[in-house]
Design a protein around this ligand. Structure first.
Ligand code: MN
Length: 744
């Protein structure tokens, strides 16, 4: 019995030494000068974590404490965060895993640290430990995040370390964590300008979610490495020589592109690896004094472009106007002697650090030596967090919608526009006149019928450009419409419109409920939950609310409805005659026009939320009990489906989009423009002259010089539809025409 005990003691001894070694390496990685109090705080945090996790091990079998030490080291070394963040990183899992409370932390480390750790603990509670309701949790998480940006930063360090050690997790958890990372944490890192963290998170994510593609690309990158290095050396040589003749201090190197961005390019342009030409970029980093930064960069630029011919359309000057995440750099793409385009990035050491480490570094140069510690916020992030808060505080937007809104906030760049009084408004790029109206006031947005742009009349869907002066036109008769969601992009406008639609749906549903109640009464059937649920299931609607709404809207014809039959299950769904003849016909004929997965004849249904037509980019989603549903990849539901249920996504493609198809698919078009006499006859003329397009319905409404119309047509596919759209646009050049969901 003595022997194993000794080996346990020995193991504990080795581990104790290893823990101390790792802790010391953390201390060495901190590059700012530490005061005695700061040293004490870090030591106290380490001791607390050591005690809290003393009996715990990670999935890999290692002592748990390795994890918080590693997270703190990432915070210090890779992002350049200060003492408070390092302390928080060390104790980020303490409250969750031990008897220590937030109160204990407050007593020992003060109010600020306690608040950040509290935020980190809440994220864990609501987010990491549940499988379902992710979006709702996500919303809660952001509520805490927006308190102090350090919560996000430490959380990103935590996630990065978990991604680096994902191998020991189960496949299911690997997929869940990796898709979440790609969906949420990588864009967050990007928005904060943490370029290195972002690309490592992306690469690690696809390493697990797209294993084959990842393996293939990294193998090919390795195979060609020597050849690439030779090319870079040869390319750099003349630049180096010329730069050495000046008095610039510089470093020049080849930077490989990330695997994720190569894969994205392959998918986006539909090309094989071999055709991705920019597998690397050349980076010139100058050691400049602050006042000479800009002129030094342009000197280097002129040297490079004297040697190699630049592509003028691909010069980017982010030195004069930095990106909103703080990025500064001068980019140009030049033609090498071998006839290949090569991107050259020119920047100073300061710019390079900001580019790789983001806001923390930015803050460091802008303000104190203490990094981001002072108040945890900087200008750009502030504005962004304020916008997030605005969405969060609007109780109407439900979680999934919120997720989409949030994504929009992340990816859009900003434009500046003016009110008639000359007030400046900031909007995301791509925002329309209607977004602007909602930005001014909900009432202005709800009543918007169009706008005057620099004194020209434009429809409400008109996309604004930098510097536009916008006057909103309103009408008392106007109210928010579902189609508006097709051209607003700001979280505020989306939330307000949805809120209104939900409210009005609720009112309509109330009336539908009364109609249904009467039906029940007439057939002498009890109006109870049980029977309502039977109808909900029978008509395959989402909820009783949807059922009532459908009854009111006569989507379910209440006259012919025999409740007793359904409730007593006398007829089956297939005998349901509520679908129109045409729809039934297309439903039946279109089987096996899509290849699902690698199979030809997997049964599927077209999703009602986005109504794909041949030619649309599509994917399959494996539902529970209803087989495969085909969605458009730009379906409003796609992002959340893919990120929350990535493992249920299955490839799907149309067998043939060129062949003339006997089947017709229903598609909707929304038309918005300046009112014109005879618009209806002009439109029906165009449509009837378009071979084989049948119109199902057309509605046109005009208000004070502008009009909005909807047409529903039967088409063969996207080409057919595009053809129709361009014919309409040819005849009416100022009209906005875009596709909408039918029946919405
Ligand atoms: Mn952790």
């Amino acid at each position: 019995m003595a022997e194993p005990e000794i080996s346990i003691i020995e193991r504990e001894e080795t581990e104790r030494k290893e823990i101390l070694k790792r802790y010391k390496s953390l201390l060495r990685s901190i590059r700012h000068e530490l005061t005695i109090e700061q040293k004490r705080a870090i030591r106290a945090a380490f001791d607390m974590a050591l005690d809290a996790h003393k009996d715990m091990r990670r999935k890999s079998g290692e002592p748990y404490i390795y994890h918080p030490i590693a997270v703190a080291k990432i915070a210090a070394q890779e992002i350049g965060l200060g003492t408070t963040s390092i302390v928080c990183a060390l104790i980020h899992d303490v409250v969750e895993d031990s008897d220590y409370t937030i109160e204990d932390i407050k007593r020992k480390f003060g109010e600020k640290t306690a608040r950040i750790v509290d935020g980190l603990t809440k994220i864990k509670e609501v987010f990491d430990h549940t499988d379902s309701m992710q979006a709702e949790n996500f919303r809660k998480m952001l509520l805490t995040l927006s308190d102090d940006v350090r919560v996000i930063l430490v959380k990103l360090c935590d996630r990065l370390h978990n991604m680096r050690t994902l191998d020991s997790m189960s496949r299911k958890n690997q997929l869940k964590i990796a898709s979440e990372t790609l969906f949420l944490y990588a864009p967050l890192a990007h928005r904060l300008g943490l370029y290195n963290v972002k690309s490592e998170l992306e690469d690690l994510s696809i390493k697990y979610t797209q294993r084959e593609a990842y393996k293939e690309i990294s193998a090919k990158l390795n195979a060609k490495k020597a050849e690439r290095d030779r090319f870079v050396r040869k390319f750099i040589e003349p630049i180096k020589k010329k730069l050495e003749e000046t008095d610039l201090k510089f470093e020049i190197k080849g930077r490989p592109k990330s695997i994720y961005s190569i894969l994205k390019k392959m998918n986006h342009q539909d090309i094989p690896f071999e055709q991705v030409y920019d597998l690397f970029a050349i980076r010139i980093i100058l050691d400049s004094s602050p006042e000479k930064e800009k002129s030094d960069c342009w000197t280097a630029y002129s040297i490079v472009t004297d040697i190699y011919k630049p592509n003028p359309s691909r010069t980017r000057d982010w030195i004069t106007t930095p990106k909103s995440n703080g990025y500064e750099s001068l980019h140009t793409t030049v033609m090498s002697n071998d006839g290949k385009w090569v991107e050259v990035q020119i920047r100073t050491e300061r710019m390079d650090e900001i580019a790789e480490k983001g806001y923390a570094a930015h803050w460091k140069y802008k303000n104190s030596k203490d990094g981001i510690e002072n108040d945890g916020k900087t200008g750009g992030v502030d504005g962004w967090l304020a916008r997030i808060k605005d969405i969060l505080e609007n109780p109407s937007s439900n979680a999934l919608e919120f997720l989409d809104d949030f994504k929009l906030q992340l990816i859009h760049e900003e434009i500046f526009v003016f009110t008639p009084n000359g007030d400046l408004k900031k909007l995301p790029k791509g925002a329309t006149a209607l977004d602007f109206a909602f930005e001014i006031h909900t009432q202005v947005g709800s009543k918007c019928i169009g706008a005057k742009l620099n004194n020209r009349l434009v429809p409400l869907s008109h996309q604004l450009s930098n510097g536009d002066q916008v006057e909103i036109l309103t009408s008392e008769k106007q109210h928010p419409r579902e189609e508006w969601l097709n051209f607003v992009i700001t979280g505020k406008a989306i939330a307000r419109i949805r809120n209104f639609l939900r409210e009005s749906k609720r009112e309509l549903a109330e009336k539908g409920k009364e109609i249904l109640k009467k039906k029940f009464h007439k057939e002498k059937i009890e109006f109870n939950d049980d029977n309502i649920q039977k109808l909900v299931r029978y008509f395959k609607v989402q909820s009783p609310l949807d059922l009532y709404y459908a009854i009111n809207k006569e989507l379910i014809p209440s006259e012919k409805l025999l409740i007793s039959d359904i409730v007593n299950k006398k007829i089956s769904q297939s005998q349901n005659k509520s679908q129109s003849e045409v729809e039934r016909q297309t439903q039946n004929n279109r089987k096996s026009e899509i290849i699902v997965g690698e199979e030809y004849d997997l049964p599927y249904n077209l999703a009602k939320c986005c109504n794909p037509i041949p030619g649309d980019d599509i994917f399959g989603f494996i539902t529970i009990g209803e087989g495969v549903k085909i969605h458009r990849t730009n379906c409003p539901n796609a992002v959340s489906l893919m990120s929350n249920y990535g493992y249920r996504i299955i490839k799907a493609q149309w067998k043939d989009t060129d062949v003339k198809n006997e089947n017709r698919f229903l598609a909707g078009l929304r038309l918005i423009g300046i009112d014109d006499v005879g618009i209806v006859s002009s439109l029906s003329d165009i449509i009837s002259k378009n071979m084989g397009v049948n119109m199902k319905s057309i509605t046109i409404e005009s208000h004070d010089g502008t009009f909005e119309g909807t047409i529903a047509v039967y088409v063969e596919g996207t080409k057919h539809l595009d053809n129709l759209i361009s014919n309409i646009k040819q005849r009416h050049p100022t009209m906005n025409v875009f596709r909408i969901e039918v029946g919405s």
